[in-house]
Design a protein around this ligand. Sequence first.
Ligand SMILES: Cc1ncc(C[n+]2csc(CCOP(=O)(O)OP(=O)(O)O)c2C)c(N)n1
Ligand SMILES: [Mg+2]
Length: 556
Amino acid sequence: MSARTGGQILVDQLKIHGTSHVFCVPGESYLAVLDALHDSVIKTVICRQEGGAAYMAEAIGKLTGKPGIVMVTRGPGATNASPGIHIASQDSTPMIMFVGQVARDMKEREAFQELDYKAVFGTMAKWVVEIDRADRIPELVSRAFHVATQGRPGPVVVALPEDMLTEMADVADARPFTPAVMKPGAADMEALQRRLLAARRPVVLAGGSGWSEQGVKDLQAFAENFDLPVAVTFRRQMLFPADHPNYAGDFGIGPNPKLLARVKEADLILLVGGRLSEMPSQSYSLLDIPGDGERLVHIHPGTEELNRVYRAGLGILATPSAFAGAAAGLPTPNSVNWQGEAEQAHRDYLAWSDPGPVKTAGDVQMPGIMQHLIEVMPADTVYCNGAGNYATWVHRFWPYRAFGSQLAPTSGSMGYGVPASVAAKALNPKRDVVAFAGDGCFMMNGQEFATALQYDLPIIVVVVDNGMYGTIRMHQEREYPGRVSGTQLRNPDFAALARAYGGHGETVRKTEEFAGALDRARTSGKPSIIHCLIDPEAITPSRSLSDIRNASLKAK
Ligand SMILES: Cc1ncc(C[n+]2csc(CCOP(=O)(O)OP(=O)(O)O)c2C)c(N)n1
Ligand SMILES: [Mg+2]
């Protein structure tokens, strides 16, 4: 063994733990790490703002189940990155943020850009640590990878004092991280089987994180064997293929009323991996709290999560994939009490997700655009989005079929789509990657379009421009009809912006123009923006802005 700098030891640990990409905005506080990355196989992706870099790392965590890595510098970098930490926390995504810290001999003087990371990220991250000695890097980085992935996955923040990174240490590397897997016990599975066979109207809700491709396949086998309808919770559509005959749809904001009725009437809800948080629980109205949990069977990898909000009839501590594996192995019953329900649930989903009958105001019809995407885009296309009503079109009408094909924050953070698409394309250059962004959403982290250009990542960004923070305007019209305040936007020409960056730009003013625009964007081989000018009235698939305002005025 020979002595290495702290920066070198850190980069060596990342390689050992399988890190493929580091997303960063540089700072003088961690030059020693950047220097070690110079000769590393790990790809360094230089970003334009730490928010984008953190979203990219979070997206890698979502896609791979391994911690995505972001590196930022001191207070300004870490606070800019904080929304990524918040998403990773709410979405249960493994992620590690390394942040350059002031030198050890300057701490507690409020030195230049100094920040108390434990205090700032204490409630958002699973663990915050400052590494004070270079010879402890292998130990603490190994722990960071395990903390981020074990139990309920989440973010870890690791602060790196500048002088520690240049310190020489002679220390052995850690072994690659191996998260412990929680498997359900035989008694758990027997109890589940008893409840299931006694049920008359069961439904499975798949959610949460920590799933593997095999786990998703096992869930399908389990659903087939027991003829179970399976819905997925808010923005977890990649957990069950939409074309599977047992698929009942997504259960998030404004779900299919038939699915809502099904879940309300269910006498057994099998919640696999998720938390049934505010969105899927329809603002905590679905189950009594702590309440009527008898009909809830909750499978979750975090002990702290089981019986936290809902007192479950049966709580099973297990990683979702391990549970699905065990469930797939249960003996197939000769008959079940709910024969034909899965088929009916799937029919309900198909009717709800057909864009054909949906018409909105204006010359650009989002249902028509979705119809075209369904016709031409490969099934494994990765769709990315942030927050805004525009996301409804994708979530309701795109049939997600492949594992790793959805990047969307369950925490509803704007600005996520563009950076997430950059990460997805960097990870899987062969897959088509489409980001949807509202005009508001795009402007939050749209500068990462430059990152797509810098690394030749031909993402396609569909900007759905209605000239407003539409979601908030919708709520505004409902609560304060006709009093538009704080929600109007005057936007740039997004197609020209794409060209200014060196990318491909298209403007769509009529639905029919979309097909050609998409085709030219795809064949351009460049990162592209397709700027769709939408009538502000077209705010939801069922109700226009005026409908919402008028209904509210009438009620007042
Ligand atoms: C970071 C962040 N800031 C504010 C909000 C509140 N918010 C939710 S949706 C929305 C408007 C989104 O506007 P846009 O992207 O144009 O989409 P639209 O609703 O118009 O389709 C806002 C401001 C949020 N979710 N996240
Ligand atoms: Mg908008």
